[in-house]
Design a protein around this ligand. Structure first.
Ligand code: MN3
Length: 383
């Protein structure tokens, strides 16, 4: 029986790599539904190759193009934001891979949980914004949320055969990004191009900027809290520029487990799609000359302020991580459009965390409102 997969965000970096995995392991997986926001030409070619039951193009202006291009095939075509959230109703689905970028990933995750379908989660913002809500719902419905993020995949792999009670600490590794070791003075005028040059991982623009500012690691700290029911002071970040150790657990007896591998997102994607079964591959193997030097150093929270903000947001809880996330999404977008400087992103986030109304025990509607209010405020600070 092949596992039937629905991919939200099939034309993005994770989405296209997931389809490479599905193409290579076609005895194990099939792509049943593909959803993309606006890249109609790639969605059309993916549909013709993988023959899903249905495709969704989020942007309604692209619907005629997709619908005409696929009219000769037995593929249903849907459009609109609401259709993206209803992806589980468009075919018989065993697993939803949510590879969308940012806050828009939240709603589809919640609907997939309601439909009782397991989720492979690459959209970390979902857990950052509303981790309590998502995990509570997942628990009630008895579904699994399997991380695709390489660090969290590493933690999950280290947990096999262990109980959460024996976890003392988790160590999330970070490559440190292109500005590791730089002073704030040196980072003052860094360009968009320099920030987009990640030393180890090839990823989409948003996450690449987040990696350069260490916000990505901050978001991952919050993600780890929810995925593995940890207390904030159980989660540590350690800079490991070689990106060979993908994360580690320190257990209550003092023993440590690390998961290692070449930095290739296809590995955590395959682990998530196959979970709990580990599927044999002919992927390149890690060899010892590549890891003769593995180094670890603490992050500098005074230089990389975003990571400190993320810890603050995590300790404060409530809607604060949602504020952090919305402010960051606006700030990253403004930086990518040359409207603010690299360090200016932190100022926007800091002001939003100070000024947007704090709600200690938010419900879903509060998150929607917080996200909206924060984006308005962030835009005011940028203008
Ligand atoms: Mn990661």
């Amino acid at each position: 029986m092949r596992k039937r997969i629905a991919i939200l965000g099939s034309t993005g970096s994770i989405g296209t790599q997931a389809l490479e995995v599905i193409r290579k392991f076609s005895d194990e997986f099939s792509a049943e539904v593909l959803a993309a926001w606006s890249n109609s030409s790639l969605l059309i070619s993916q549909a013709i190759e993988f023959m899903p039951d249905a495709v969704v193009i989020g942007d309604e202006t692209k619907y005629p193009e997709v619908s005409i291009a696929l009219s000769a095939y037995p593929i249903k075509v849907f459009t609109g934001e609401a259709s993206i959230s209803q992806i589980t109703e468009m075919g018989t689905i065993d697993l939803v891979l949510n590879a969308m970028v940012g806050y828009p990933g939240l709603k589809p995750t919640l609907t997939a949980i309601d439909a009782g379908v397991d989720i492979a989660l690459a959209n970390k913002e979902t857990l950052v914004v509303a981790g309590d809500l998502v995990m509570k719902k997942a628990h009630e419905k008895g579904i699994r949320i399997i991380p695709v993020d390489s660090e969290h995949s590493a933690i999950l792999q280290c947990l096999v055969g262990e109980s959460l009670q024996s976890v003392e600490k988790v160590w999330l590794t970070a490559s440190g990004g292109p500005f590791r070791g730089k002073t704030r003075q040196q980072m003052k005028n860094v360009s968009r191009e320099a920030a987009l040059m990640h030393p180890k991982w090839k990823m989409g623009n948003k996450i690449t900027i987040d990696s350069a500012s260490l916000m990505n690691k901050g978001l991952e700290v919050i993600e780890a809290k929810w995925l593995f029911s940890l207390h904030p002071d159980q989660i540590e970040v350690i800079i490991h520029p070689q990106s060979i150790v993908h994360s580690m657990i320190q257990f209550s007896d003092g023993s440590m487990k690390a998961q290692m591998g070449l930095p290739d997102m296809k590995l955590p994607i395959l682990f998530a799609l196959g979970y709990p079964v580990r599927i044999p591959t002919d992927f390149p193997r890690l060899t010892f000359p590549e890891c003769s030097l593995l180094t670890f150093e603490p992050p500098d929270l005074e230089i990389f302020r975003n990571l400190a903000f993320a810890y603050n947001a995590l300790y404060l809880g409530g809607n604060m991580p949602c504020i952090l996330n919305a402010a960051n999404e606006i700030a990253v977008n403004a930086f990518l459009n040359d409207r603010i400087s690299f360090l200016g992103m932190s100022d926007v986030i800091e002001k939003c965390m100070e000024h947007v109304s704090y709600i200690p025990s938010p419900v879903y509607e509060d998150y929607v409102q917080t996200d909206f209010e924060t984006r308005q405020k962030a835009l005011e600070y940028i203008d």
